[in-house]
Design a protein around this ligand. Sequence first.
Ligand SMILES: Nc1ncnc2c1ncn2[C@@H]1O[C@H](COP(=O)(O)OP(=O)(O)OP(=O)(O)O)[C@@H](O)[C@H]1O
Ligand SMILES: [Mg+2]
Length: 411
Amino acid sequence: MPKRDKVQNKKDEHDRIAEIRVAGMRSIELVVVRTDGLAVLLGENGSGKSTIVEACELLRKSPRPDFLDTFHRHHAGFNSLGSDALRLGVTIVGRGPALRYDFSLLHEGIHTVIESEELRVGSGKHARPVLVRTRSGAKILSPERNRLVAYKGYAPEQFLLPLLVARDDAPYASFARTVRALEGIEVHLPFEVLPYWSRKAYNRPSGMRGSAYVQPTDRVELLGNDLANAFYQLKNARSPEHWRETLEYIKLGLGDEVEDVSTEGDPGGGEIALNITFSGQRPEPATAMSDGMLAYLALIAVLRLENQRSLLVFDEPDLHLHPHLLRRVVDFFETTAKGQPVLIATQSDQFLDALANPSRSAHICRLDDQRRTRLYRLDASSLERWLKRYRGIGELRSEGYEDFVLGEEES
Ligand SMILES: Nc1ncnc2c1ncn2[C@@H]1O[C@H](COP(=O)(O)OP(=O)(O)OP(=O)(O)O)[C@@H](O)[C@H]1O
Ligand SMILES: [Mg+2]
C-alpha cells in the first residue's frame, strides 16, 4: 500500500476509548478496564460490573455544562458512592496521538467540587500535559510559549475542557477529540420489555412497545425507548441493501419466516409503531411481541444504527434471550468489536461459552475480603487444559472451578 494511503487511513480512523479508569465508586477502589475489541466483565452479583457501566455513563455525560447537577439528580451524587473522592479517566486512541483525560470530584460537606482535571497527549514518557486544573487554578499549554500558562475565567462547577471547546478557545485538536470521544460513549441497560398492560396499569410511558415521533436518530435510546423510530431510520434513511442486510440479521435470530419489520404510522399524531410480520400471519404489533423478540430487535437496531461511537457499553444484554439468540448476539458483538470497542457486563455463563476467545475478552470481577472489586484475566493455557474436561468455560465457572483458570490480576 502506498505511504500516502496509510496516512489517509490513519486520518479516517475513529477515535476509540482504549481504557477506562475508575476509583472511589462503591466497591471499586481502583480498576483499570482495557477496552480493546470486545471486553466482557463477568462476575457474581455485587462484584462491581454495573458500577463500571455507570462510570462509563458518567464519563459520557461529563462534558455537559449541567454535569454536576445530573451527577446529583440522576446518579444520587456521593450519597450513592461510599467514598468522598471519585476519580474517572479514559485513554483515547485513533485519529492522532493517544490522549489521557482524568478528573476527580470531592465530597465537601454537602457540596461536590471539581478537585482536578488533566489532559495529557502522547503515551509513555512522551506524554505531556496540555491542560492541568487543580483547586488552586488551571493551566493550558500555550502554543506560542510552549509551556503551561494560567487560564482564568472558568466556572468552578464545570469541567474546563468542554468549556474551552464550546467557546472555541481550545488551542489543540486533542481538546475537541477528547470531548467527542467522551460524548461518543453509548451506554445501554437491559431493554425494558415490560408488558404493555403493566405499564398502562401504572400509568408509565409505554417505552419500546409504544409509538414514537418520527425524527432523525442515530442511536437507540436508553431502555430501548423510541425503538419504532430507530427502525424507521434503519428502513428509510439507509440504503435498500443496508435494510436487506438488517433483515437478514433479524432472520438469523428470529427465523426465516420473518417477512418484514415495519413501522406503521398513526394517521392522527405523526407517530409510528413497530410491527413484525411472519409469513402467512398477521402483523404483530410491538405491544404483543415476546420479551426476547423485542430485546433482540432492539439489539439489532443498536448494532445496525452505525454511528461514530467511541465505545459501546451494555449491561446484561443477555437478559430475555434464549441461548440460541444469545449466541447470535455474541457473534454480532464480536463483529462490531472489530471496528469499535465494546464493553459488556454479564453474569451469563452462556455468554462466556459463546465467546470466540474467552482468555482475551473476559475480565473476571471478584470481591476481595475487604469487599473491593478486583479484575482478573483468564489464563489461556490452564483454560485450554480445563476445557478438555468440561463442556464449556461457563460450566467450569458454575461448578466453582474458576480459580484454576484465573490468570493475573489486572490492576
Ligand atoms: N456505599 C458503598 N460502599 C461500598 N460498597 C458499596 C456501597 N454501595 C454499594 N456497594 C457495593 O458495591 C457493589 C456494587 O455492585 P454492582 O451493582 O456494580 O454489581 P454487579 O456486579 O453489577 O452485580 P449484579 O450482577 O447483581 O448486577 C455491591 O457489592 C455493593 O454491595
Ligand atoms: Mg449489575
